[in-house]
Ligand binder design. Structure first.
Ligand SMILES: Nc1ncnc2c1ncn2[C@@H]1O[C@H](COP(=O)(O)OP(=O)(O)OP(=O)(O)O)[C@@H](O)[C@H]1O
Length: 282
């Protein structure tokens, strides 16, 4: 059985002077090596959750909130051990640069980690290669486009090889081709390195490849399940102010005409296969 790498119990967080908690009584767990997407409308609490998970924010004390990462309870004693296990890529790459050139920037996270110089160079080069930025090693970060900066930020995280990677809207700056290539790269790393991925995204289509989806609505968890379980619950999705992936939208429209597509048709490839089969049986 896969072990649980993230366990969140009764998580509640209220910003200073706020009337309402940004997150209220959230509980969920994530198994090692899973890809979990977190979706919810603007202000539903997604980024607050990612900041709580690596201790950038501290949960409300009186609510018995508890976060356990790889068996360690998140508290002041374990904070740095836990931070070492989690790499976060934020939405805005501008806030993530520390080096004066691209390779120094990618190497930054490896410093103070007891990694030899040779290993460091190897990791920086392979991370830059992985994100397609190997030709920009000596470039100044501020000379890069938004999408290129985001690739460098991702390379910095990949080089550390964290157990958990949190993508906080981190592909939203990229063009569709760049987004697909970065996501497939991270998926590849997830599968090869036993990495666990938490992906906060507004791109509903992208979540179809997740193992699990967590839906937040106004600071509360309203659902957690496989993409099929989540997107078959149309009223929950609509209530949470979210859209459906193309294939589920199509199923919903066809249902209006009495055409029922089986639950097993859960992505576009399966829809094409199903329609071809239907056509050949006619
Ligand atoms: N620094 C802050 N101080 C006070 N309130 C905040 C702060 N940051 C966020 N909030 C509030 O907390 C709630 C959750 O915000 P959060 O940024 O976690 O939402 P989100 O789901 O990530 O939104 P988005 O999709 O727009 O990025 C919102 O009501 C927001 O206004």
């Amino acid at each position: 059985m896969q072990k649980k790498i993230i366990e969140v119990e009764n998580l509640t967080y209220t910003y200073k002077d706020a009337k309402q908690p940004a997150l209220e009584n959230i509980s969920f767990s994530v198994k090692e090596n899973e890809w979990v997407s977190i979706i919810g409308h603007n202000g539903s609490g997604k980024s607050t959750l990612s900041r709580l998970l690596n201790g950038l924010l501290r949960a409300d004390e009186e609510k018995n909130s508890k976060i356990t990462i790889d068996g360690l309870i998140l508290n002041s004693t374990n904070l740095w051990k836990i931070r070492d296990m989690i790499g976060i890529v934020f939405q805005n790459p501008e806030n993530q640069f520390v080096g004066t050139n691209v390779q120094d920037d990618v190497a930054f996270g490896l410093e103070n980690r007891n990694i030899s110089r040779t290993e460091m160079i190897k990791r920086v080069n392979s991370a830059l290669q992985a994100v397609g930025m190997q030709n920009y090693k000596n470039a100044e970060p501020q000379m890069l486009s938004g999408g290129q900066k985001q690739r460098v930020a991702i390379a910095g995280i990949i080089a550390i090889r964290p157990k958990i990677i949190i993508l906080d809207e981190s592909t939203s700056m990229l063009d569709p081709e760049g987004r697909t290539s970065i996501l497939s790269l991270i998926r590849d790393l997830q599968q090869k390195n036993d990495m666990t991925v938490l992906s906060i995204t507004h791109n509903i289509q992208e979540t179809l490849h997740s193992d699990q989806i967590l839906v937040l609505d106004s600071g509360k968890k309203v659902a957690q399940g496989t993409p099929q379980e989540i997107f078959s619950n149309i009223s929950m999705i609509e209530k949470a102010g979210l859209g459906l992936p193309f294939v589920y939208e199509l199923k919903k429209e066809l249902a209006v005409y009495g055409i029922k597509i089986p639950d097993s048709v859960s992505n576009e490839e399966k829809m094409v296969e199903y329609l071809c089969q239907l056509n050949s049986n006619m």
